[in-house]
Design a protein around this ligand. Structure first.
Ligand code: C2E
Ligand code: CA
Ligand code: CA
Length: 679
């Protein structure tokens, strides 16, 4: 090789250069490989000496390199020599990288051409460029992101610079030269002015403020952070703001959902309490009046939730317009609380009665043709004496008293309080009684009027509580309903009855079956009917010795489930009796739709038999029953006259105190012996 590698200048340059230096001959064979080139490519000089330079290139370039070189030597035209350009090179490891390659041509003293390549690694540079680009994009994204506003304002309030979001939304004219206060809505102007009245010290920390900004179509709430910045021109205020209008809307919505009723838009009780406690007038006496629609359940059942809700909404609106009050809140379903101030110099009761009457009138006006009534309970609130929740509780006790006693209005007093305490106590005791099956069952005989003999019994629950003594069935049922346990109660009585029937097969059999009362809810539930049939079979009881009594309300909406439950009972051999006929909603159409066996005339009709109109009614009921091929039982017979009349019009069976009250099973044999009916 005729290159003077030993020349001191060459050596110094070659070894000290930061860029890699590669010398190749006219055939592309590597003659020299500088230490920097070794570092850059990962090859040692010994590795590459004598090899074609194309080993340092990716395959696509490598394949063409010899051709380029030959072409250049033949034609003298080169794309790279003397110019330099960015190329892709390949390290020993196979990794590709970008480098800047400058190629110079020289000749040996013998006139042989050779080429010097200077390789400048670009990978670092490229990385930096890419990073800068990314930063720039990110910065621009941030700078112009929607909902984020950036402004620079002079200390006098002129906008010097603003980002696109700001100028698009608030600043429709020129970007610079406008007044910042001109972009602020009048409701926030005073707050914004503070910004320009502050001394340097006032800006020691970042200043946070929420301003209503004037947007092109509407106003936008923006949460700003302002700080004082210094640049080469001097001091400026820099503001970064976030559009919080959605946040404000969401917060308002959340507040509404938390504190207001979605149907009536009235405040919830907790919120009313907050308002009431926070704003009490000195020495004022308040009346807390709770009222509700007596027939709301029926209205809801018959008209559907949507119409019922609309009705409540309308009622709430009309109360607001027509009834003066301090607060009004919907407690549940159709139950409302109204708080108003009473004038202590006037008759208190009269004021309460007047308000209740106004409510009643308003209700009748808004509810319109769906006839409905209200019941009301009230209690007084005296400042420094009562708490809000205590008085709400008392008004609730009062309305409960109205409900139980079918009164229009009750005002809280001590005896109402005692009744409420008893009710709570009964509810607690009932839960235990159901759990421990402490509820007993008595049996009332059913008499065949034609043959004057016992043909069946009705099982009636009897609860003798340790703490409350005998609790009548209506009270037990009501307590169970309020505790949402009517099904558990039915199951408890049903199981108890079945075990008594099983243990007394000589008394209860197919000739003298036992009628079990089922609540409307249970009758509509497949699992209860299935359980009853299963238990009858499991106890090995003849299904003909069981009947089921159900009241009309179970059949109010005869759905598929009620129909299939009735059919399942019938198929199992259990008879079905329609109880309290005439007291419910008496749509006679259901008589033909269900497989019924017996129709029970309610006691109220039997009482009416003393009057001519009552007698006509009874005759009509008996003939309706006959036309549907049903037997008829009259309940509540107390006198021989009632018995005689009913027997006369063709009523087959009767029950009543005239024959016997419900008695424990152990007393039945003795009753049978002593009773006026033959067995
Ligand atoms: P009901 O099914 O109509 O039962 C007849 C009610 O009338 C019984 O009241 C019975 O004692 C009473 N009674 C019978 N004959 C006469 C009479 O001649 N004069 C008077 N004044 N009353 C008479 P009780 O036992 O207080 O039951 C009331 C209601 O409670 C029952 O009315 C029934 O709807 C319900 N009930 C009773 N036991 C059960 C039960 O085990 N399960 C279910 N689901 N409901 C029951
Ligand atoms: Ca009954
Ligand atoms: Ca009845």
């Amino acid at each position: 090789m005729a290159i003077d590698k030993e020349g001191s200048l060459y050596k110094a340059l070659f070894e000290a250069a930061a860029d890699g230096i590669i010398i190749i001959n006219a055939r592309g064979i590597i003659q020299s490989f500088s230490p920097s080139a070794e570092l850059l490519f990962g090859y040692s000089e010994a590795d590459v000496f004598g090899q074609n330079v194309s080993i340092l290139m990716p395959k696509s370039d490598a394949d063409r390199h010899d051709g380029y070189l030959k072409n250049y030597l033949d034609s003298g035209k080169a794309a790279i020599i003397g110019k330099g350009r960015e190329v892709t090179a390949m390290k020993k490891s196979g990794q590709l990288f970008q480098m800047h390659l400058s190629v110079g041509r020289a000749e040996t003293p013998e006139g042989q051409p050779f080429f010097v390549g200077i390789c400048h690694d670009l990978s670092m540079y490229q990385n930096v460029v890419e990073q800068l680009e990314r930063v720039d994009v990110r910065y621009r994204n941030v700078f112009d992101s929607e909902g984020l506003f950036i402004v620079r304002i002079s200390l006098e309030g002129t906008i010097i610079l603003s980002n696109r979001s700001f100028s698009q939304q608030f600043h429709t004219n020129e970007i610079a030269g406008d007044d910042f206060l001109g972009c602020v809505a009048s409701s926030s102007k005073r707050d914004a002015q503070v910004l320009f009245s502050l001394s340097e010290n006032g800006f020691k920390n970042e200043l946070k403020m929420s301003l209503m900004m004037k947007a092109s179509s509407s106003h936008t709430e923006v949460e700003w952070r302002f700080k004082l910045v210094k640049d080469n021109i001097g001091y400026h205020i820099q503001g970064v703001g976030i559009d919080v209008s959605e946040k404000v809307v969401a917060a308002n919505e959340a507040f509404f959902l938390r504190n207001f009723d979605s149907v009536t838009k009235l405040p919830q009780l907790d919120y009313v309490q907050q308002l009431f406690d926070g704003n009490q007038v000195e020495n004022a006496l308040f009346c807390f009046m709770v009222f509700e629609l007596t027939d709301f359940d029926r209205i809801r059942k018959l008209n559907g939730e949507v119409l019922a809700d609309r009705m409540l909404e309308e009622l709430a609106r009309s109360l607001e317009d027509q009834v003066s009050y301090l607060h009004c809140s919907r407690l549940q379903a159709s139950r409302f609380l109204l708080i108003f101030v009473v004038d202590t110099t006037q008759n208190l009761e009269r004021q309460v009665e007047d308000k209740a009457t106004t409510l009643h009138t308003e209700l009748q006006r808004t509810v319109g043709d769906i006839s409905s009534d209200i019941r009301v309970g009230s209690a007084y609130f005296a400042k420094n004496k009562d708490t809000f929740s205590d008085v709400v509780e008392r008004a609730l006790m009062a309305i409960e008293y109205s409900r139980q006693n079918m009164l229009f209005l009750s005002c809280y007093n001590e005896s109402i309080h005692r009744a409420a305490d008893r009710k709570k106590g009964i509810q607690k005791a009932l839960i235990k009684a159901i759990k421990n099956v402490e509820i007993d069952v008595y049996f009332q005989p059913k008499i065949d009027l034609r043959h004057n003999c016992v043909v069946a019994y009705e099982a009636l629950m009897r609860w003798f509580s340790d703490d409350y003594g005998f609790v009548p069935p209506w009270e037990v049922i009501e307590a169970a309903q309020e505790l949402n346990l009517p099904i558990e109660l039915d199951k408890c009585v049903m199981n108890k009855t079945l075990s008594i029937i099983k243990a007394n097969s000589s008394i209860f059999n197919a000739d003298t079956p036992v009628a079990i009362n089922l609540s409307a809810k249970s009758f509509g539930m497949k699992c209860i009917i299935d359980e009853l049939i299963e238990k009858i079979n499991a106890h090995d009881i003849d299904p003909k010795s069981i009947e089921v009594e159900v009241t009309e309300d179970a059949l109010l909406t005869i759905g598929d489930q009620v129909k299939s439950n009735a059919s399942a009972l019938r198929e199992a051999g259990v008879k079905i009796c329609l109880d309290d006929f005439g007291t419910g909603y008496s749509a006679l159409s259901y008589l033909g739709k269900l497989p019924l066996d017996n129709l029970k005339i309610d006691r109220s009709f039997v009482i009416e038999s003393e009057q001519e109109s009552g007698r006509l009614m009874l005759e009509a009921i008996v003939s309706i029953a006959k036309s549907f091929h049903l037997t008829v039982t009259a309940e509540g017979i107390e006198t021989p006259e009632q018995q005689a009349f009913l027997a006369n019009i063709g009523c087959e069976y009767a029950q009543g105190f005239y024959y016997s009250k419900a008695i424990p099973v152990v007393d039945i044999p003795q009753w049978v012996v002593l009773s006026p009916v033959t067995n």
